[in-house]
Design a protein around this ligand. Structure first.
Ligand code: ADP
Length: 468
């Protein structure tokens, strides 16, 4: 396992979190517990010492002193009584202060000055700790000595020790818990991530058939699905690119062969008449034109696909656009004796689009209709409803088989491979049209019957300013 892996980070965070809660909690508990306990004991021995001190009138009576010693053995406290010189005259059982021993001079002077002696006392012989209160014994305004009441705090220190041990134990438990958690999570989280890493590296090396098997429905599962989708997409992209280059070289090879052949014929004077020579030159011109159109179309399409085509959006009237397109395609239609019909409406809501690009779309569709129609009429219709405008270009031409319709807008897709070349198309027209329509927020669809004709339908949203 790597030290900078997510699992280790997670484990350490949990450990820190648990310790961050446990340590202050232990400290606070310790403070509250000791504070509370000390106060209570202090109060108790204060009161007792006061009661005892006021009940002593003389230190001469042995019986009274014995009674106090006896009294102390029946309670948790110890009692030490000293005379006016600070010499112990009664002791209920504190080994370090036997009878006859002198107490510390500071304590005695406090008692003499009628002050309380409050302190923690450590009995060196029994090795026990006490809270002690010493109080002067005054009878008839005469200082007789002092009484010390001592309560053992050993039990409390033992309880504190237990609390400290519990905190340490809980801390150690937290460390083990964090390690255990790290171990479990590493199996649940880290292993699938490592598997994904391996798979993505394989995909990056070009093995696009690699897939990750994941059955979970959580974030890891969706990451695995996303990587699988990426691999599928890359696979599709790679085959598209391969197909695209094959198509381009195929498209370029034909005109280049023509150009080479006819230029060669002209160079070697392989023509019989001037007419033949002119015919050869015309072919060269046509093929060069075709090549230039192909390159231009490809350039335009790649710009659109990369989102780099600048469109000039404005409010446009589709009636005007269609009329301009009709003017430009009229001659081609006349050459084939085809009728171009436009159901002229007098008012149409405007759409927000690029006028020139819109004209390019309409010209392309009309030219296709002319190209693939031998006789009959080409109908262009404009209609609208409250939120959209519809443009249809319908012909009475050769039609498109149903199975070809889904692929019609793909680059270089042709219904019959030889058919479009014979008619002079590059196979990119509809791909460009679809891109342009979508860039202008429109949709395009097609309906066709083989032998009867084809109808392209374009829908654009009405611009907001013109919506009723
Ligand atoms: P091209 O430049 O070859 O015409 P397009 O992308 O414009 O390429 O069209 C793709 C194919 O769709 C054409 O090769 C043709 O087979 C078919 N097609 C397009 N428009 C029509 C139409 N109006 N009638 C019949 N077939 C059509």
């Amino acid at each position: 396992m790597k030290w900078n892996s997510i699992v280790v980070k997670l484990g350490t965070s949990i450990l820190f979190l648990v310790l961050a809660i446990l340590l202050p909690l232990g400290f606070i508990m310790n403070q509250i517990f000791t504070g509370f306990y000390f106060n209570k004991v202090q109060e108790q021995i204060n009161e007792l010492s006061s009661r005892y001190a006021s009940s002593i009138t003389s230190l001469e009576e042995k019986d009274i002193l014995n009674m106090f010693e006896l009294l102390a053995t029946m309670t948790d406290q110890e009692i030490v009584i000293v005379n006016e010189q600070g010499i112990v005259v009664a002791n209920s059982g504190l080994p370090s202060l036997p009878k006859g021993e002198r107490i510390n001079a500071d304590d005695l002077s406090l008692l003499v000055s009628d002050a309380l002696v409050q302190k923690e006392y450590y009995d060196k012989i029994s090795k026990r700790r006490y809270l002690s209160v010493g109080r002067p014994i005054i009878s008839q305004e005469r200082f007789l000595g002092g009484i010390f009441v001592l309560a053992s705090v050993e039990d409390m220190y033992q309880s504190l020790e237990i609390i400290k041990k519990s905190v340490v134990l809980a801390g150690t438990g937290a460390v083990f818990l964090a390690f255990g958690f790290t171990f479990i999570v590493s199996r649940k989280l880290s292993n699938p991530l490592l598997e994904m890493e391996k798979a993505t590296r394989k995909i990056a090396k070009g093995d696009l058939n690699t897939r990750i098997s994941s059955s979970t429905k959580d974030e890891i599962g969706s990451l695995a699905t996303a990587i699988n989708d990426l691999a599928v997409e890359l696979h599709r992209y790679r085959s598209n690119r391969r197909e695209f280059f094959a198509n381009i070289s195929h498209e370029l090879r034909t005109p280049i062969t023509y150009l080479e052949g006819y230029a060669n014929a002209l160079e070697n004077n392989l023509y019989r008449t001037e007419d033949e020579k002119r015919q050869y030159l015309q072919i060269i011109q046509q093929e060069a034109g075709r090549m230039s159109k192909l390159v231009q179309d490809l350039f335009e399409l790649s710009k659109m696909e990369e989102g780099k085509l600048a469109l000039h959006f404005e409010e446009i009237d589709l009636i005007e656009v269609v009329e301009n397109a009709l003017l430009k395609t009229k001659i081609k239609a006349q050459e084939k004796r085809l009728q171009l019909e436009f159901n002229k409406v007098y008012h149409l809501p405007t759409i927000y689009a690029d006028g020139l690009r819109m004209e390019q779309i309409v010209i392309n569709l009309i030219e296709n209709a002319i190209r693939y129609t031998e006789k009959g009429t080409i109908n262009i219709k404009l209609t609208s409803d409250p939120d959209r405008v519809k443009l249809t270009v319908e012909d009475t031409g050769i039609g498109i088989p149903n199975e070809d319709v889904p692929y019609l807008f793909e680059r270089f897709y042709r219904v019959e491979k030889s058919r479009s070349r014979e008619f002079g198309g590059s196979g990119l027209g509809l791909a460009i049209v679809k891109q342009l329509v979508e860039l202008q927020n429109g949709t395009i669809s097609v309906k066709s019957d083989v032998g009867k004709g084809t109808c392209f339908e374009l829908i654009f949203p009405i611009s907001k300013g013109d919506a009723q």
